[in-house]
Design a protein around this ligand. Structure first.
Ligand SMILES: [Mn+2]
Length: 314
């Protein structure tokens, strides 16, 4: 992977972004680059399309470095963790109108970008970015290490998903050597859930439906739930991990109703079953073990289609 990454820092202003409602991997990679560019006195803006607030369990990251785009187009755009430009949301046109797009990712075949630095086998985008930094002899400070570590932790489910290989541990070990506080970050991400969101978990468990034959389990969060429990979608990302706990299941789905009545689905696999294929039925994407999609269908229709697609795979 010889890409002279630093060459792309020359043409400013620079925009740094990632997928809508960014997760730890997208925010972690974006802020790692932002910290680096700041240290080099290179002008850049980090921005995302976010519905509501950024998740509080990632607020160990320097959220204050995130801004809003001030231009209609940029000389250079860095896009992280985003396999399809439509996943940029409201920033899509700014990105596509910009002179040069550099995509750093671990999704399969990103459909856009002038320069693609991609490894679909990598566990996280921060892993891909870490390799680039190492190749280019970029000094990884403690702050950068914490950002890279965050993506590594969240995309491997705390080093538990099947994408956790020895390189992941080598990188994590090196980031710790550079000062990254693994346990503090993990505690914030997984051990600090808003009480109201935690109470909503009981509702999600109540609604669990298991298909024994397909070993498929799912549950739903409605817009009304956020009101009733005084919480927000950003605080409830952990709920899919509750759904996927059921021993009887191998495929887990959590549907979250959106403000317009459509649904966002999060899929997880507990075996080598490929949930990306299920997500792609709805034009969604992600990875073998964790994928997502959006749909305007009713819940019954979504479930009917998912079950059909599962049957095709087994
Ligand atoms: Mn990712």
């Amino acid at each position: 992977m010889k890409n002279n990454f630093k060459e792309n820092f020359k043409d400013t202003p620079i925009l740094i972004t990632g997928h809508v409602n960014p997760d730890g991997d997208a925010i972690g990679s974006a802020l790692a680059l932002k910290i680096l560019l700041d240290s080099l006195d290179i002008e850049s803006t980090v921005a995302f399309d976010v519905t509501g607030e950024l998740p509080s369990n990632l607020n160990h990251l320097p959220y204050d470095l995130i801004g809003i785009p001030t231009e209609d187009s940029y000389k250079t755009v860095f896009v992280f963790d985003c396999g399809n430009s439509s996943r940029l949301g409201s920033l899509e046109s700014i990105v596509l109108n910009s002179d040069k797009i550099v995509v750093v990712d671990h999704h399969i075949d990103p459909t856009f970008g002038d320069l693609q630095i991609i490894d679909p086998k990598a566990a996280s985008t921060t892993q891909v970015l870490y390799r680039v930094f190492m190749e280019e002899n970029i000094h990884i400070t403690k702050e950068i290490a914490d950002c890279l570590m965050t993506g590594l932790i969240t995309d491997t489910g705390r080093f538990q998903y099947s994408n956790t290989d020895s390189e992941v541990f080598s990188i994590a070990a090196d980031l710790m050597t550079k000062g990254s506080e693994l346990s503090t970050i993990s505690e914030n991400i997984y051990g600090s859930i808003e009480l109201n969101a935690l109470k909503l978990q009981s509702k999600v468990i109540d609604r669990l439906e298991l298909d024994n034959e397909l070993r498929f389990i799912y549950s739903v969060v409605y817009q009304d739930d956020y009101k009733k429990y005084t919480t927000t979608p950003a605080e409830t990302d952990f709920l899919i991990d509750v759904v996927r706990l059921a021993k009887e299941s191998r495929i887990a789905l959590l549907l979250k109703e959106q403000t317009d009545g459509s649904f966002k689905g999060s899929l997880r696999s507990r075996t080598d079953f490929d949930v990306q294929k299920l997500a792609s039925f709805f034009d969604g994407g992600g990875h073998k073990a964790a994928s997502g999609f959006s749909s305007e269908l009713a819940i019954d229709e979504i479930i009917f289609n998912i079950k059909n697609e599962i049957r095709k795979q087994i």
